[in-house]
Design a binder for this molecule. Sequence first.
Ligand code: DAH
Length: 337
Amino acid sequence: MIETIKNIEIEVNNFEIINEQSLENFRLQFLSKKGKISELFEVFKTVSGEQKKEVGKTLNELRILADEKFNSFKVNFQSSQNKNSQEMDYSLPVNALQLGTEHPINKVKNEIISIFKTIGFSIAYGPEIEDEWHNFSSLNFAENHPARDMQDTFFVDKNPQGNFALRTHTSSVQIRLMEKEPVPIRSLMPGRVYRNEAVSARSNCFFHQIEGLYIDENVSFADLKQTLYYFVSQFFGEREIRFRPSYFPFTEPSAEMDIFLGTETEQDYRLTKGTGWLEILGCGMVDPNVLINCNIDPEKYTGFAFGMGIDRITMLKYGIKDIRQLFENDIRFLKQF
Ligand code: DAH
Protein backbone atom coordinates (compact mmCIF):
# COMPACT_ATOMS: atom_id res chain seq x y z
CA MET A 1 0.00 0.00 0.00
CA ILE A 2 2.87 2.33 0.79
CA GLU A 3 3.94 1.99 -2.80
CA THR A 4 0.49 2.95 -4.11
CA ILE A 5 0.58 6.02 -1.86
CA LYS A 6 4.01 6.96 -3.14
CA ASN A 7 2.81 6.62 -6.74
CA ILE A 8 -0.10 8.90 -6.10
CA GLU A 9 2.24 11.31 -4.37
CA ILE A 10 4.24 11.45 -7.61
CA GLU A 11 1.02 12.04 -9.55
CA VAL A 12 0.10 14.87 -7.19
CA ASN A 13 3.49 16.45 -7.58
CA ASN A 14 3.46 16.12 -11.35
CA PHE A 15 -0.05 17.37 -11.85
CA GLU A 16 0.18 20.67 -13.68
CA ILE A 17 -2.24 23.30 -12.51
CA ILE A 18 -2.35 26.13 -15.02
CA ASN A 19 -5.81 27.56 -14.65
CA GLU A 20 -9.00 27.27 -12.67
CA GLN A 21 -10.23 24.39 -14.77
CA SER A 22 -7.14 22.31 -14.07
CA LEU A 23 -7.37 23.23 -10.38
CA GLU A 24 -10.88 21.83 -10.36
CA ASN A 25 -9.70 18.67 -12.14
CA PHE A 26 -7.00 18.29 -9.50
CA ARG A 27 -9.60 18.55 -6.75
CA LEU A 28 -11.86 16.00 -8.44
CA GLN A 29 -9.02 13.57 -9.05
CA PHE A 30 -7.42 13.68 -5.63
CA LEU A 31 -9.47 15.48 -3.00
CA SER A 32 -13.13 14.87 -3.70
CA LYS A 33 -15.13 12.19 -1.96
CA LYS A 34 -14.61 9.87 -4.87
CA GLY A 35 -11.04 11.02 -5.47
CA LYS A 36 -7.94 8.89 -5.23
CA ILE A 37 -7.00 9.95 -1.71
CA SER A 38 -10.47 9.14 -0.33
CA GLU A 39 -10.22 5.79 -2.01
CA LEU A 40 -6.91 5.18 -0.24
CA PHE A 41 -8.55 5.99 3.07
CA GLU A 42 -11.16 3.34 2.29
CA VAL A 43 -8.41 0.84 1.63
CA PHE A 44 -6.59 2.00 4.77
CA LYS A 45 -9.50 0.63 6.87
CA THR A 46 -8.48 -2.86 5.81
CA VAL A 47 -4.80 -2.44 6.67
CA SER A 48 -3.63 -4.80 9.41
CA GLY A 49 -2.62 -3.63 12.84
CA GLU A 50 1.17 -3.46 12.67
CA GLN A 51 1.19 -1.61 9.32
CA LYS A 52 -1.48 0.84 10.32
CA LYS A 53 0.82 3.35 11.93
CA GLU A 54 3.24 3.74 9.03
CA VAL A 55 0.61 3.61 6.29
CA GLY A 56 -1.55 6.10 8.19
CA LYS A 57 1.34 8.51 8.53
CA THR A 58 2.29 8.29 4.83
CA LEU A 59 -1.33 8.64 3.77
CA ASN A 60 -1.81 11.71 5.94
CA GLU A 61 1.30 13.27 4.49
CA LEU A 62 -0.13 12.68 1.02
CA ARG A 63 -3.38 14.30 1.95
CA ILE A 64 -1.60 17.33 3.43
CA LEU A 65 0.55 17.60 0.32
CA ALA A 66 -2.48 17.57 -2.00
CA ASP A 67 -4.44 19.97 0.23
CA GLU A 68 -1.58 22.45 0.32
CA LYS A 69 -1.06 22.30 -3.41
CA PHE A 70 -4.74 22.84 -4.00
CA ASN A 71 -4.99 25.75 -1.55
CA SER A 72 -1.88 27.54 -2.74
CA PHE A 73 -3.16 27.57 -6.34
CA LYS A 74 -6.63 28.52 -5.25
CA VAL A 75 -5.27 31.57 -3.39
CA ASN A 76 -3.13 32.43 -6.39
CA PHE A 77 -6.04 32.45 -8.75
CA GLN A 78 -8.21 34.44 -6.38
CA SER A 79 -5.63 37.11 -5.76
CA SER A 80 -4.82 37.46 -9.43
CA GLN A 81 -8.54 37.84 -10.08
CA ASN A 82 -8.80 40.60 -7.49
CA LYS A 83 -5.76 42.23 -8.88
CA ASN A 84 -7.32 42.29 -12.33
CA SER A 85 -10.48 43.91 -11.05
CA GLN A 86 -8.62 46.53 -9.05
CA GLU A 87 -6.16 47.55 -11.64
CA MET A 88 -7.38 50.18 -14.06
CA ASP A 89 -6.70 49.95 -17.71
CA TYR A 90 -6.06 53.57 -18.51
CA SER A 91 -5.99 52.92 -22.21
CA LEU A 92 -9.69 51.94 -22.34
CA PRO A 93 -11.96 54.51 -23.99
CA VAL A 94 -14.25 56.14 -21.44
CA ASN A 95 -17.85 57.22 -21.62
CA ALA A 96 -17.20 60.91 -21.87
CA LEU A 97 -19.25 62.96 -19.43
CA GLN A 98 -22.20 64.32 -21.37
CA LEU A 99 -22.36 68.00 -20.59
CA GLY A 100 -25.66 69.69 -21.20
CA THR A 101 -25.91 72.83 -23.26
CA GLU A 102 -27.78 76.00 -22.48
CA HIS A 103 -31.35 75.69 -23.72
CA PRO A 104 -32.04 78.03 -26.67
CA ILE A 105 -34.95 79.58 -24.74
CA ASN A 106 -32.67 80.40 -21.81
CA LYS A 107 -30.08 81.74 -24.20
CA VAL A 108 -32.53 84.14 -25.78
CA LYS A 109 -34.07 85.05 -22.42
CA ASN A 110 -30.66 85.91 -20.98
CA GLU A 111 -29.78 87.92 -24.03
CA ILE A 112 -32.97 89.97 -23.72
CA ILE A 113 -32.35 90.45 -20.00
CA SER A 114 -28.81 91.65 -20.55
CA ILE A 115 -29.98 94.22 -23.11
CA PHE A 116 -32.57 95.69 -20.73
CA LYS A 117 -30.13 95.58 -17.84
CA THR A 118 -27.93 98.06 -19.64
CA ILE A 119 -30.78 100.58 -19.48
CA GLY A 120 -31.55 100.04 -15.82
CA PHE A 121 -34.20 97.31 -15.75
CA SER A 122 -34.15 94.92 -12.79
CA ILE A 123 -35.47 91.34 -12.90
CA ALA A 124 -38.54 90.07 -11.01
CA TYR A 125 -40.36 86.76 -10.79
CA GLY A 126 -43.88 85.76 -9.78
CA PRO A 127 -45.77 82.52 -9.08
CA GLU A 128 -46.94 80.26 -11.89
CA ILE A 129 -50.11 79.34 -10.01
CA GLU A 130 -51.95 82.59 -9.78
CA ASP A 131 -55.23 83.79 -8.27
CA GLU A 132 -57.89 85.34 -10.45
CA TRP A 133 -57.20 88.79 -9.07
CA HIS A 134 -53.58 88.91 -10.18
CA ASN A 135 -54.06 87.12 -13.49
CA PHE A 136 -57.29 88.86 -14.58
CA SER A 137 -59.29 91.22 -12.36
CA SER A 138 -56.54 93.62 -11.31
CA LEU A 139 -55.47 93.81 -14.95
CA ASN A 140 -58.87 95.17 -15.86
CA PHE A 141 -60.23 92.05 -17.55
CA ALA A 142 -64.03 92.25 -17.73
CA GLU A 143 -65.96 89.74 -15.65
CA ASN A 144 -67.12 87.95 -18.81
CA HIS A 145 -63.81 88.08 -20.69
CA PRO A 146 -63.30 84.84 -22.65
CA ALA A 147 -59.80 84.33 -21.20
CA ARG A 148 -61.49 83.67 -17.86
CA ASP A 149 -63.15 80.65 -19.42
CA MET A 150 -61.97 77.09 -18.80
CA GLN A 151 -61.67 76.72 -22.55
CA ASP A 152 -58.74 79.11 -22.54
CA THR A 153 -57.26 78.78 -19.09
CA PHE A 154 -56.13 75.87 -16.93
CA PHE A 155 -57.90 76.36 -13.63
CA VAL A 156 -56.31 74.56 -10.71
CA ASP A 157 -59.07 75.28 -8.25
CA LYS A 158 -62.38 76.95 -8.96
CA ASN A 159 -64.41 77.68 -5.87
CA PRO A 160 -66.51 80.49 -4.39
CA GLN A 161 -63.64 81.66 -2.16
CA GLY A 162 -61.46 82.37 -5.17
CA ASN A 163 -60.21 80.71 -8.31
CA PHE A 164 -56.66 79.68 -8.98
CA ALA A 165 -55.21 79.07 -12.42
CA LEU A 166 -51.91 78.47 -14.14
CA ARG A 167 -51.04 82.02 -15.14
CA THR A 168 -51.90 82.78 -18.74
CA HIS A 169 -49.36 85.58 -19.05
CA THR A 170 -46.56 87.23 -17.13
CA SER A 171 -48.60 90.45 -16.83
CA SER A 172 -49.71 89.12 -13.42
CA VAL A 173 -46.18 89.77 -12.17
CA GLN A 174 -46.62 93.48 -12.98
CA ILE A 175 -49.36 93.60 -10.37
CA ARG A 176 -47.34 91.71 -7.76
CA LEU A 177 -44.51 94.13 -8.30
CA MET A 178 -46.62 97.28 -8.13
CA GLU A 179 -48.30 95.99 -4.95
CA LYS A 180 -45.06 95.66 -3.07
CA GLU A 181 -42.41 97.88 -4.66
CA PRO A 182 -42.28 101.63 -4.32
CA VAL A 183 -42.41 103.72 -7.51
CA PRO A 184 -40.31 104.20 -9.63
CA ILE A 185 -40.40 100.65 -10.95
CA ARG A 186 -38.36 99.54 -13.92
CA SER A 187 -38.46 95.76 -14.22
CA LEU A 188 -38.29 92.82 -16.55
CA MET A 189 -40.31 89.72 -15.63
CA PRO A 190 -39.54 86.47 -17.43
CA GLY A 191 -41.43 83.24 -16.88
CA ARG A 192 -43.44 80.30 -18.08
CA VAL A 193 -47.12 80.72 -18.92
CA TYR A 194 -49.92 78.28 -19.73
CA ARG A 195 -52.89 78.23 -22.07
CA ASN A 196 -55.48 75.62 -22.80
CA GLU A 197 -54.68 75.39 -26.50
CA ALA A 198 -54.42 72.59 -28.99
CA VAL A 199 -50.76 71.68 -29.37
CA SER A 200 -49.38 72.18 -32.87
CA ALA A 201 -46.19 73.22 -34.63
CA ARG A 202 -47.04 76.87 -33.90
CA SER A 203 -48.66 76.78 -30.47
CA ASN A 204 -48.09 74.89 -27.27
CA CYS A 205 -50.05 74.62 -24.03
CA PHE A 206 -47.15 76.26 -22.21
CA PHE A 207 -44.58 78.75 -23.42
CA HIS A 208 -42.44 81.61 -22.15
CA GLN A 209 -42.95 85.32 -21.95
CA ILE A 210 -40.97 88.27 -20.83
CA GLU A 211 -42.80 91.26 -19.44
CA GLY A 212 -41.54 94.81 -19.04
CA LEU A 213 -42.87 97.53 -16.80
CA TYR A 214 -41.76 101.11 -16.19
CA ILE A 215 -43.69 103.33 -13.77
CA ASP A 216 -42.54 106.80 -12.84
CA GLU A 217 -43.55 110.44 -13.16
CA ASN A 218 -43.88 111.65 -16.75
CA VAL A 219 -43.39 108.32 -18.49
CA SER A 220 -44.75 108.73 -22.01
CA PHE A 221 -45.45 106.69 -25.11
CA ALA A 222 -42.30 108.20 -26.61
CA ASP A 223 -40.29 106.53 -23.81
CA LEU A 224 -41.95 103.23 -24.66
CA LYS A 225 -41.08 103.58 -28.33
CA GLN A 226 -37.51 104.57 -27.67
CA THR A 227 -36.97 101.73 -25.19
CA LEU A 228 -38.33 99.13 -27.60
CA TYR A 229 -36.42 100.61 -30.50
CA TYR A 230 -33.22 100.30 -28.47
CA PHE A 231 -34.06 96.68 -27.67
CA VAL A 232 -34.71 95.78 -31.30
CA SER A 233 -31.51 97.46 -32.48
CA GLN A 234 -29.49 95.48 -29.92
CA PHE A 235 -31.21 92.15 -30.44
CA PHE A 236 -32.06 92.07 -34.14
CA GLY A 237 -29.68 94.75 -35.42
CA GLU A 238 -30.82 98.04 -36.99
CA ARG A 239 -34.30 97.38 -38.30
CA GLU A 240 -37.43 99.30 -39.00
CA ILE A 241 -40.18 98.91 -36.44
CA ARG A 242 -43.81 99.97 -36.51
CA PHE A 243 -46.58 100.25 -33.95
CA ARG A 244 -50.12 99.22 -34.78
CA PRO A 245 -53.07 100.19 -32.56
CA SER A 246 -54.37 97.20 -30.62
CA TYR A 247 -56.35 96.35 -27.53
CA PHE A 248 -55.32 94.91 -24.15
CA PRO A 249 -57.50 95.39 -21.06
CA PHE A 250 -54.55 96.59 -18.97
CA THR A 251 -53.10 99.21 -21.30
CA GLU A 252 -54.55 102.34 -22.86
CA PRO A 253 -53.60 103.12 -25.53
CA SER A 254 -52.39 99.67 -26.61
CA ALA A 255 -50.23 98.70 -29.54
CA GLU A 256 -48.54 95.79 -31.21
CA MET A 257 -45.02 96.23 -32.45
CA ASP A 258 -43.79 94.70 -35.69
CA ILE A 259 -40.26 94.50 -37.00
CA PHE A 260 -39.41 94.57 -40.67
CA LEU A 261 -37.90 91.33 -41.92
CA GLY A 262 -38.53 91.82 -45.61
CA THR A 263 -39.65 89.12 -48.01
CA GLU A 264 -36.39 88.20 -49.60
CA THR A 265 -35.89 84.77 -48.10
CA GLU A 266 -38.53 82.11 -48.30
CA GLN A 267 -38.67 81.96 -44.51
CA ASP A 268 -39.19 85.72 -44.15
CA TYR A 269 -41.89 85.61 -46.80
CA ARG A 270 -43.68 82.78 -45.00
CA LEU A 271 -43.29 84.26 -41.49
CA THR A 272 -44.56 87.67 -42.55
CA LYS A 273 -47.30 86.28 -44.82
CA GLY A 274 -45.79 88.22 -47.66
CA THR A 275 -45.96 91.62 -45.92
CA GLY A 276 -42.37 91.77 -44.69
CA TRP A 277 -43.60 92.73 -41.17
CA LEU A 278 -43.60 90.40 -38.19
CA GLU A 279 -45.37 91.02 -34.91
CA ILE A 280 -42.96 90.78 -31.99
CA LEU A 281 -44.77 92.08 -28.92
CA GLY A 282 -47.75 93.78 -27.32
CA CYS A 283 -47.37 96.99 -25.39
CA GLY A 284 -49.06 100.15 -24.19
CA MET A 285 -49.46 102.74 -21.46
CA VAL A 286 -50.56 101.17 -18.18
CA ASP A 287 -54.30 101.70 -17.79
CA PRO A 288 -55.11 104.09 -14.89
CA ASN A 289 -57.49 101.44 -13.48
CA VAL A 290 -54.57 99.06 -13.10
CA LEU A 291 -52.56 101.69 -11.23
CA ILE A 292 -55.51 102.33 -8.92
CA ASN A 293 -55.83 98.58 -8.29
CA CYS A 294 -52.25 98.66 -7.03
CA ASN A 295 -52.68 101.83 -4.94
CA ILE A 296 -50.60 103.96 -7.29
CA ASP A 297 -51.91 107.45 -7.96
CA PRO A 298 -52.60 107.74 -11.74
CA GLU A 299 -52.67 111.55 -11.45
CA LYS A 300 -49.06 111.52 -10.35
CA TYR A 301 -47.59 108.49 -12.09
CA THR A 302 -47.78 106.98 -15.52
CA GLY A 303 -46.09 103.97 -17.00
CA PHE A 304 -45.65 101.68 -19.94
CA ALA A 305 -45.71 97.91 -20.21
CA PHE A 306 -44.83 95.38 -22.84
CA GLY A 307 -44.87 91.62 -23.19
CA MET A 308 -43.31 89.26 -25.69
CA GLY A 309 -43.11 85.54 -26.34
CA ILE A 310 -39.60 84.19 -25.84
CA ASP A 311 -40.35 80.97 -27.73
CA ARG A 312 -41.46 82.83 -30.84
CA ILE A 313 -38.38 85.01 -30.82
CA THR A 314 -36.19 81.95 -30.30
CA MET A 315 -37.82 80.22 -33.25
CA LEU A 316 -37.35 83.32 -35.35
CA LYS A 317 -33.73 83.72 -34.35
CA TYR A 318 -32.73 80.11 -35.03
CA GLY A 319 -35.16 79.26 -37.81
CA ILE A 320 -36.96 76.60 -35.75
CA LYS A 321 -40.15 75.54 -37.49
CA ASP A 322 -41.88 73.51 -34.77
CA ILE A 323 -42.32 74.88 -31.24
CA ARG A 324 -42.58 71.34 -29.86
CA GLN A 325 -38.92 70.72 -30.64
CA LEU A 326 -38.06 73.18 -27.89
CA PHE A 327 -39.55 70.89 -25.26
CA GLU A 328 -38.72 67.39 -26.45
CA ASN A 329 -35.28 67.43 -24.85
CA ASP A 330 -33.75 65.68 -27.80
CA ILE A 331 -30.03 66.04 -27.21
CA ARG A 332 -29.32 66.11 -30.96
CA PHE A 333 -31.55 69.18 -31.26
CA LEU A 334 -30.30 70.94 -28.13
CA LYS A 335 -26.63 70.46 -29.03
CA GLN A 336 -27.04 72.73 -32.03
CA PHE A 337 -27.28 75.95 -30.04
N1 DAH B 1 -50.16 89.80 -21.69
C1 DAH B 1 -50.25 89.91 -23.12
C2 DAH B 1 -50.41 88.54 -23.72
O1 DAH B 1 -50.16 87.57 -23.07
C3 DAH B 1 -49.01 90.55 -23.68
C4 DAH B 1 -48.90 91.97 -23.31
C5 DAH B 1 -49.48 92.94 -24.10
C6 DAH B 1 -48.22 92.36 -22.20
C7 DAH B 1 -49.41 94.27 -23.79
C8 DAH B 1 -48.10 93.71 -21.85
C9 DAH B 1 -48.71 94.67 -22.68
O2 DAH B 1 -47.46 94.13 -20.78
O3 DAH B 1 -48.60 95.98 -22.35
O4 DAH B 1 -50.80 88.42 -24.85
